[in-house]
Design a protein around this ligand. Structure first.
Ligand code: HEC
Ligand code: HEC
Length: 345
């Protein structure tokens, strides 16, 4: 019996070796079918004129992980958006781009993007397919031009064939580049945390988690609205402006003073893994975040009125809130094989 298992394993390894295909990385139709999770609203981005297919998704995945997209081929999307941090950047307050240049903002997690009507901390981009143009061309991120990326992809030995497999011919265009990236990032859906299971009646919450959920619903959910944990609005959540970065948030897009220091409400899904926190990564721990919300005396002028309602939080309340936030970690998403770096094959 044992012998049979050994022989079978050798045959399997040999097959992988001969064909060069690791089953782990194979994507099926089922893998790319959009399933709107129960209780989630209708998505904003519905893959119109960009119907997901395994081939296009696989191309998007490869491009996401390929540093060829940056000027000197050192930085990929995944250099900043790390899978295990829900595609944020663990332990980095500000993003790190080409030539070790430090960016202006904290790398946000990438999840449930198809429910967003605007991207970036200030909502400066309003379409998922256009979004990659910003990091690609940003001089301190990838410092590339779309034309030059396309040129490099056309000269690369593998990409013509991969675009053919995905789109039917070997044309490498910006539209195809952006659509395939949008298929990959758009299918990053987190909906299987312990919170989701609790809501579906598949798991139970501890006393602390239940209590935390109740406090959360009373004091936080007006902005961090369930089930996405954001209402996609721009708010001033009381942070004192950073005098070095001088980032005014939303008003840099709208030009309205009314929008000074407002930032897009981030989702709190997988918040355990996306530290440090806020647009400038100023808080390292969830405890620092909760202490901020519980210290109205430190709020900056212009703070949203909803924050007044938070009032005091006892040490017990704070612990319970954190217990609840940790139940938003979605291991199904964080360990999803579909999103694994294909260059690790
Ligand atoms: C140098 C680091 C870096 C690289 C490389 C990078 N990003 Fe980002 N990404 C960021 C930062 C920082 C933000 C937030 C920027 C802001 O708010 O101004 C962001 C924002 C985003 C968002 C919006 C998320 C949201 O919820 O608003 C998406 C989507 C995204 N990036 C996808 C990509 C893709 C696709 C690539 C590769 C083409 C890429 N990024 C490359 C750092 C990076
Ligand atoms: C008035 C709306 C509002 C309310 C109420 C609110 N938040 Fe926030 N929250 C925000 C905004 C806006 C940000 C991003 C601010 C920034 O980066 O400048 C944020 C950021 C956060 C972050 C950091 C997430 C990350 O990825 O960086 C956490 C954690 C958080 N809030 C938890 C809470 C908790 C817990 C409560 C309740 C005690 C709460 N929030 C109440 C608007 C709100």
């Amino acid at each position: 019996m044992k012998k049979a298992v050994v022989i079978l394993s050798i045959v399997c390894f040999a097959l992988v070796g001969f064909t060069g295909v690791n089953k782990y990385f194979i994507i099926t139709n089922e893998d790319v079918a959009l399933k709107v999770p129960k209780g989630f609203p209708k998505p904003h981005y519905r893959f119109k004129n960009n119907t997901p297919s395994p081939e296009i998704f696989v191309l998007g995945r490869k491009l996401f992980y390929d540093p060829i997209l940056s000027r000197d081929s050192t930085i990929s999307c995944a250099s900043c958006h790390q899978r295990i941090a829900a595609f944020g950047h663990i332990d980095h307050a500000l993003s790190h781009g080409i030539n070790g240049l430090i960016g202006k903002r904290n790398v946000p997690a990438l999840q449930n993007l198809i429910w967003k009507d605007a991207f970036m901390w200030d909502g400066g981009v309003n379409h998922l397919e256009v979004q990659p143009v910003s990091p690609l061309t940003n001089p301190i991120e990838m410092n590339e031009s779309i034309a030059h990326v396309l040129e490099k992809l056309r000269q690369h030995k593998a990409y013509a064939e991969e675009f053919r497999i995905a789109f039917g011919d070997t044309v490498i265009s910006s539209e195809r580049l952006l659509k395939s990236l949008a298929q990959f990032t758009g299918l990053m859906i987190s909906s299987n945390s312990r919170y989701d299971k609790y809501m579906r009646g598949e798991d139970t919450f501890s006393f602390a988690e239940k209590n935390g959920l109740e406090i959360f619903r009373n004091k936080c959910a007006s902005c961090h609205e369930e089930p996405l944990f954001t209402d996609n609005s721009y708010r001033n959540n009381g942070l004192r402006p950073d005098t070095a970065l001088k980032d005014k948030g939303r008003s840099s897009i709208t030009g309205a003073q009314f929008d000074d220091y407002k930032f897009l409400v981030p989702s709190l899904r997988n918040v355990e893994m996306t530290y440090p926190y806020m647009h400038d990564g100023r808080f390292r721990k969830l405890k620092n975040v909760i202490d901020h919300y519980a210290s109205p005396q430190n709020f900056a002028p212009g703070t949203a009125k909803e924050l007044d309602e938070i009032g005091t939080l006892s040490e017990e309340d704070k612990k319970n809130l954190i217990a609840f936030l940790l139940a938003l970690t979605d291991k199904t998403f964080l360990y999803d094989r579909r999103f694994v770096d294909p260059f690790m094959q």
